[in-house]
Ligand binder design. Structure first.
Ligand code: ZN
Length: 465
């Protein structure tokens, strides 16, 4: 009898990892990085709770690092099998894992300098560029709706999850002793209001469902309200003479923002004439978005026409800043600009430099457009911290802080309930990828709306499929 073990993203939103064990195979579903964790400590304790060499196949839902970011570590620990992804995910992993390896290496150097000063032994990096190259060599990219054999008795099909480009709902069929059971993993489900991507595809059959619950406790504000709120923030910032800083995930949110700003421009609602995408990674990812524009929802013909000639055709005042010098030069701009930079939760990247130089100034605006996980700098600011620590400096939070819910790349509560409501017969349901309080709210709603019991697994729990 096949089993599934809940190894990661259990009662939290990062570190997605599930292990499927059949009679003859071990399949790893997701290999995500736990964000905000001290990896040098976890290396010493063993990153995975299993032997990487014992895994026969790996299936990844989408390119976000909390779903894919430990792949190079799995390789480093000896995994040599196939890694199933969608085609756009393969392109994104090339960019994102290389960037992650670079950051790991820098973190490792820093940690080892600290250890040397403290008279401690150095630690190895979580992974290096050569491990990423090996991941890329082991990828097996698939299109949506392509049903393939992963191993004998295990079949896979990806469905569009509408969360980021290439994101997938994962259908897995497991055949053992003449019977077939079907597991569906929602992956991260997109917000139906996404301006670029399609709605999550309907799946109607499963024996077991793993459902993400990032926003299990609430609905997003209506997109129209978010758009008006965003427009009002841009107006106020322009009048007060400050800049607008937007911490943004390189993949998905940034492209949604570029779309929205271009729409504002065309509607005469964009006062700022200087917009900077200050993230080399987001710039590369935006190019991947152009490559797969056939996967968009095509709701806006003007955009679809314009984007064929690149992002600048859609948003002429957009500048892509690549070098560190160009990025630093942005600190000379005292007002009238919109600066989009990573990371989305302000845990790293160029946004931290911008915050250090600009967060103390009440003329400026800081706009959050995505989920802020517990323990991150972004969450501290959203929760009302008066001061934060950035690169050893205490910085007062005086800028106007806003959170725009409608830009979320995750389905809200109603959307989760609705999507799961498409199953003809209720599968056994497990809530994953969410903080416990949010899961509890969603669990209640599943009972109230669908009379359906939603299990909340414990970390490490193993269940029959
Ligand atoms: Zn995601």
């Amino acid at each position: 009898m096949a089993t599934l073990e809940f190894l990661g993203a259990i009662r939290q939103v990062t570190g997605s990892c599930y292990l499927i064990q059949t009679d003859s195979a071990r399949v790893l579903l997701e290999c995500g990085l736990i964000q905000g964790e001290n990896h040098s400590r976890s290396i010493e304790q063993g990153i995975f709770g299993f032997d990487a060499k014992s895994i026969d196949a790996v299936i990844i839902s989408h390119a976000h690092l909390d779903h894919s970011g430990l792949l190079p570590r799995l390789i480093r620990e000896g995994y040599r099998g196939e890694i199933f992804v969608t085609t756009p995910t393969a392109d994104l992993l090339d960019i994102m894992l290389k960037d992650a390896a670079f950051l790991q290496q820098k973190d490792n150097e820093w940690e080892n300098r600290r250890r040397a000063r403290a008279g401690e032994q150095p630690v190895e990096p979580l992974y290096e560029l050569q491990d990423v190259e090996q991941v890329l060599a082991q990828l097996n990219p698939l299109g949506y709706a392509e049903r393939v054999d992963v191993l004998a008795g295990v079949e896979l099909c990806y469905r569009d999850a509408g969360h980021i480009i290439g994101s997938a709902i994962v259908e897995i069929w497991i055949s053992e002793s003449g019977a077939t059971r079907k597991l569906v993993f929602s992956g991260d489900l997109g917000n139906n209001c996404s301006p670029l991507l399609r709605d999550p595809e309907v799946v109607a059959e499963a024996d077991m469902l793993l459902l993400e619950s990032t926003y299990g406790d609430r609905d997003h504000r209506l997109m129209e309200n978010t758009i008006d709120e965003f427009s009002a923030i841009l107006d106020t910032a322009m009048q007060k003479g400050g800049n607008v800083y937007i911490p943004s995930f390189a993949v998905g949110r940034t492209q949604d923002l570029l779309y929205r700003l271009g729409r504002f421009h065309r509607e005469g609602r964009l006062p700022q004439q200087k917009i900077f995408l200050d993230s080399p990674m987001a710039t590369s990812v935006s190019a991947v978005y152009l490559k797969y524009s056939k996967l968009y929802n095509h709701d806006d013909p003007e955009f679809n026409q314009s984007i064929k000639n690149g992002w600048n055709s859609w948003l002429p005042m957009l500048t892509f800043t690549r070098s560190t010098e160009e990025s630093m030069a942005l600190n000379m701009i005292s007002g009238g600009a919109i600066i989009i930079a990573g990371s989305g939760m302000c845990t790293g990247g160029r946004i931290r430099h911008h915050l250090k130089h600009n967060l103390w100034n009440n003329k400026n605006h800081l706009v959050f457009v995505g989920f802020q996980a517990r323990g991150t700098t972004g969450r501290a600011i959203v929760d009302g911290a008066q001061k934060i620590n950035l690169m050893g400096n205490e910085i007062a939070v005086r800028a106007q802080v806003h959170t725009l819910g409608g830009f979320s790349a995750h389905a809200g509560q109603q959307q989760l309930l609705q999507w799961a409501g498409n199953f003809k017969q209720k599968p056994t349901l497990y809530l994953v990828h969410g903080e416990l309080e949010k899961m509890l709210v969603l669990q209640k709603q599943f009972m109230a709306v669908h009379n359906w019991y939603a299990n909340i697994p414990e970390p490490g729990e193993r269940v029959q499929i």
